[in-house]
Design a protein around this ligand. Structure first.
Ligand code: PHB
Length: 406
C-alpha cells in the first residue's frame, strides 16, 4: 500500500474512523461502529498485556452490562460477574443498606474493567477488527480539515499512516489528543482533592456480600471484591503516600479501624499481593469536538472513583458517539456530529456532581474540624434516614437513562 505522497511511511491505509486509544471506550466504539458496517482502526501505546494487568474499577451499571451482552461483545459478564442489588454505607460504626432494587428498580454488576477490556479485545479479534497495541510516536495531523491522518510506529519499528474522515481521541486521562484543541479555544474545568486512595488486592474470602462504603473519624474506606478468593479494598491516604511505608499488618489495622463498629464487624484478612496509591481529580475539557476530532471517555473527563462512574460514563460517551457517527457517515453529513457534545455532556456533569458529592460526603479533609465531622454525620443520616436521600443515592449510583433530561 506504499504511496508516493507518503514516502516517509511504510504503509498508508484509509478507513472512515481511526481511534486513538484501545481501552474499553475505544474498543467499544470500534465494536459498535463495526456492527453498523463502519470500519474503525484502534491504536494504543500500551500492549494488550499492560492494559489487562492494570487494576481499574469494578462496577458496571446494569445497562452497561446489558449492552455488552446485547451488542454481541460477550455474555461472560452474566457468568463471571455478580449482580449487586444494593450497597452498604457504614458510618458512626453502624451499617446502613441502600436497596437499589427496592428504591429504583435498578442494580449494578461487579465485573472488573480489566474483564470488560478482555471481552472487547477478544470480540475485536473474533470480528476481524484491527487493533494495534504497543505502538509509539503517534502523530495526529490535519484535524481541522475533512481529511485527518494519524501516523504511528509499530512495535517492529515500521511507520504507518491511517487516513480517516474522523479521529476519535479515546486515549485516557493523560490524553495526547485533547491537547490538540488550541489552548485559546478550550476550557479545562479541574478540581483537585487533598487525598488519594491506597488500593490493595488481597487473597482473602469476601467480608460482605455487597460493597461497603465506610465513613469514619479516621477517614474513608471502600471494601470491594474481585472473586470469592480475591478482594479489592481502598482506604483514603495522603496523595504523597509511599506504598513502601505500608506493611500488610499496618494496612489491615488501618482498614479494620475504618470499618469497626458496635456490631463487631471485622474484615476477613489475607496476604496482600498488590499495593498502589491512586491519586484522582475531577476534570472536564470542553469542547469535546474540534474539527474532525472528537474526544470520548477519560480523555475528555475524569471523576473521582468514589461514585464508580468513570467507566460507565466513558461507555455512555461512545454509545452516543457511535449513534451520531453512524448518522454522520450515513446520509446526514458532518452537522449531525454536533449532537454528540450536548448529549454526552449532560451525563458528564451529572456524574461530576455525584462523584464530587459522594467523595466529600465520605472523606475526611486534612485539618477537618470536629464540626465538619459532625456535619458529615448529619448529612449521612439525611441520606440513609429519608426515602428521598436513599432514592437520590440509588438513582445516581445506578446511572441515568441515556440522552434524556429525565
Ligand atoms: C472497585 O471494585 O475497584 C471499585 C468499586 C467501587 C468504586 C470504586 C472502585 O466506587
Amino acid at each position: 500500500m506504499a504511496d508516493a505522497a507518503a514516502a516517509d511511511v511504510d504503509t498508508v491505509t484509509s478507513v472512515p474512523v481511526v481511534i486513538v486509544g484501545a481501552g474499553p471506550a475505544g474498543l467499544m466504539l470500534a465494536h459498535r461502529l463495526g456492527r453498523a458496517g463502519i470500519e474503525a482502526i484502534a491504536l494504543d501505546t500500551r500492549t494488550r498485556h499492560e492494559i489487562e494487568t492494570t487494576q481499574r474499577a469494578g462496577i458496571l451499571e446494569a445497562g452497561v452490562a446489558r449492552d455488552l451482552v446485547e451488542t454481541g461483545v460477550s455474555d461472560r459478564v452474566l457468568r463471571d460477574g455478580h449482580e449487586h442489588q444494593g450497597v452498604e454505607l457504614r458510618f458512626a460504626g453502624r451499617p446502613h443498606r441502600i436497596d437499589f432494587q427496592g428504591l429504583v428498580g435498578a442494580s449494578t454488576w461487579l465485573y472488573p474493567q480489566t474483564d470488560v477490556f478482555i471481552d472487547l479485545a477478544d470480540a475485536r479479534k473474533r470480528d476481524g477488527g484491527t487493533v494495534h497495541f504497543g505502538i509509539s510516536g503517534t502523530e495526529v495531523l490535519d484535524i481541522t480539515t475533512a481529511a485527518p491522518r494519524v501516523r504511528y510506529t509499530a512495535p517492529d519499528g515500521t511507520r504507518h499512516e491511517i487516513r480517516a474522515r474522523y479521529v476519535v481521541g479515546a486515549d485516557g486521562s493523560r490524553s495526547m489528543c485533547r491537547g490538540l484543541v488550541p489552548e485559546d479555544r478550550r476550557v479545562r474545568y479541574t478540581k483537585e482533592y487533598p487525598f488519594a486512595w491506597f488500593g490493595i488486592l488481597a487473597e482473602a474470602p469476601m467480608s460482605a456480600p455487597e460493597l461497603i462504603y465506610a465513613h469514619s473519624a479516621h477517614g474513608f474506606a471502600l471494601i470491594s471484591q474481585r472473586s470469592t478468593t480475591v478482594q479489592r479494598m481502598y482506604f483514603q491516604c495522603d496523595p504523597q503516600e509511599s506504598v513502601d511505608a505500608w506493611s500488610d499488618e499496618r494496612i489491615w489495622e488501618t482498614l479494620q479501624a475504618r470499618v469497626a463498629g458496635e456490631d463487631g464487624f471485622r474484615l476477613e484478612e489475607g496476604p496482600i499481593f498488590e499495593k498502589t496509591v491512586l491519586p484522582f481529580r475531577s476534570f472536564v475539557q470542553q469542547p469535546m469536538r474540534w474539527g474532525s476530532m472528537v474526544l470520548a471517555g477519560d480523555a475528555a473527563h475524569t471523576v473521582p472513583p468514589t461514585g464508580a462512574r468513570g467507566l460507565n460514563l466513558a461507555l455512555h460517551d461512545v454509545k452516543v458517539l457511535a449513534e451520531v457517527l453512524i448518522r454522520t457517515l450515513g446520509s446526514e453529513g458532518d452537522s449531525a456530529l454536533d449532537d454528540y457534545q450536548p448529549r454526552a455532556l449532560q451525563r458528564v456533569w451529572r456524574a461530576q456532581n455525584f462523584s464530587y458529592w459522594i467523595t466529600q460526603l465520605l472523606h475526611t479533609a486534612p485539618g477537618a474540624e470536629p464540626f465538619d465531622l459532625q456535619r458529615q454525620l448529619g448529612e449521612l443520616d439525611n441520606v440513609v434516614g429519608t426515602r428521598a436521600g436513599r432514592t437520590y443515592l440509588a438513582e445516581q449510583y445506578t446511572g441515568w437513562p441515556t440522552g434524556t433530561g429525565d
